[in-house]
Ligand binder design. Structure first.
Ligand code: MTE
Ligand code: MO
Length: 376
């Protein structure tokens, strides 16, 4: 069993698949704290978790124009380069896929709303490591930076992805080679000993168990860059899909969801008040500037209170948590609670799922809807 060496996991996680391991926390855990605890951070593995010896581990950075590769030990990554810490929200492209599945079946893991988490990551800046390997800005023939993971299938194929070179080299983009997550050494499930953290970009490019970095003219040729993690029109089906016709997902669109109450019942607080909680985030460093919440299916709206770390303009890599406490609408026994976020570019979420439905069930970011019956 290639999965025999997978690490132990928290029993409260909701498992989508055991082998490979894919799981999300109960949704309400996400709004218990601004930083998601490592044990409750969603885990998205395509392959068995590799067990690597930190003492013999080496990161290979392929040299510029055929020059010799740079090989870096974990110790060198920690001592030769400044330690940089960034709070970054990571979201899987398949977060909230179950809502697309409910419209029409899609292919993929049936994620709820918790394939997202927020952590403090620390490591060396990718930019500093690339500079140490001889690269500079405006390098001819340098368009993409490819990352290869050490997790492999039985045929020996590993996980891989790439990001644009200018983002990797940009000092404001904060791309990290992370060896710490929330002050602890990177957990096995999250890429020990080293992973890439690409703020503002879809989870799939944040390669775990990193083995090799390659600067190239082409994007990564891996299955996950070329034939997966792309969006399509709702009319495209598995007979007509042409993966080469869509760009690989990088920055994600604006997103929000309600973590509390959960669908079902809602108990009124003292003075007949109710509290609604959730998260909101947008890709590309765009800050969430507002979250609108409706209790009546969208006829009237309230503005929620946002909380979160202060982040520089264009570098809002982390989510906002939000809450709304309001009197229960008089006479109502059923509520249709909705939320929608607005980011700093005034991007908004689409109101329904059907017009953004796609065969892989990615980019699911319609208004989140929670139906509850009220007990006073
Ligand atoms: N890196 C490797 N090597 N193997 C993987 O399966 N999964 C990717 C990405 N990096 C993956 C990987 C996907 S699709 C996501 S959403 C994130 O890791 C999930 O990161 P997490 O498990 O730390 O939450
Ligand atoms: Mo993902």
């Amino acid at each position: 069993d290639p999965y025999a060496q997978d690490p132990p996991r928290h029993p409260a996680l909701k498992v989508n698949s055991m082998k490979p391991f894919n799981a999300e926390p109960p949704a309400e855990v996400l709004t218990d704290a601004y930083i998601t605890p490592n044990a409750f951070f969603f885990k998205r593995n395509h392959l068995p978790v590799p067990r690597l010896d930190p003492a013999s581990y080496r990161l290979e950075v392929v040299g510029r124009m055929g020059n010799a590769s740079l090989f870096l030990s974990l110790e060198e990554l920690k001592t030769r380069f400044p330690r940089h810490e960034v709070t970054v929200t990571l979201q899987c492209a398949g977060n909230r896929r179950s809502e697309m599945n409910a419209v029409k079946p899609v292919k993929g893991l049936d994620w709820g709303i918790a394939a997202i988490g927020n952590a403090k990551w620390a490591g060396a800046r990718l930019r500093d490591v690339l500079v140490a390997a001889g690269f500079s800005e405006g390098e001819i023939g340098a368009l993409h930076v490819q990352f290869e993971g050490l997790d492999r299938d039985l045929a020996g194929t590993g996980y891989g992805a790439s990001i644009p070179y200018h983002e990797a080299m940009s000092s404001s983009h904060d791309v990290l080679l992370a060896y710490e997550m929330n002050g602890e050494e990177l957990p096995l499930d999250h890429g020990f000993p080293l992973r890439v953290i690409v703020p503002g970009v879809v989870g799939a490019r944040n390669v775990k168990w990193l083995s090799r970095i390659l600067v190239s003219i082409e994007e990564s040729q891996s299955h996950w860059q070329q034939n997966d993690y792309k969006g399509f029109s709702p009319s495209v089906d598995w007979d007509t899909v042409d993966f080469s016709a869509s760009p690989a997902i990088q920055e994600l669109p604006v997103q929000s969801a309600i973590t509390d109450p959960q669908p079902g019942t809602l108990v009124a607080e003292e003075d007949d008040k109710i509290t609604v909680k959730g998260y909101a985030w947008s890709g590309g460093g765009r800050e969430v500037v507002r979250v609108d919440v409706s209790l009546d299916g969208g006829s009237t709206w309230h503005v929620a209170k946002l909380t979160g770390e202060k982040q520089a303009p264009g570098q809002a890599w982390a989510w906002k948590l939000w809450t709304l406490t309001v009197p229960l609408p008089a006479g109502r026994t059923e509520l249709e609670i909705l939320c929608k976020a607005v980011d700093s570019s005034y991007n908004v979420q689409p109101d329904t799922v059907a017009p953004i439905w796609n065969l892989r069930g990615v980019l699911s970011n319609a208004w989140h809807r929670v139906h509850v019956s009220v007990t006073r």
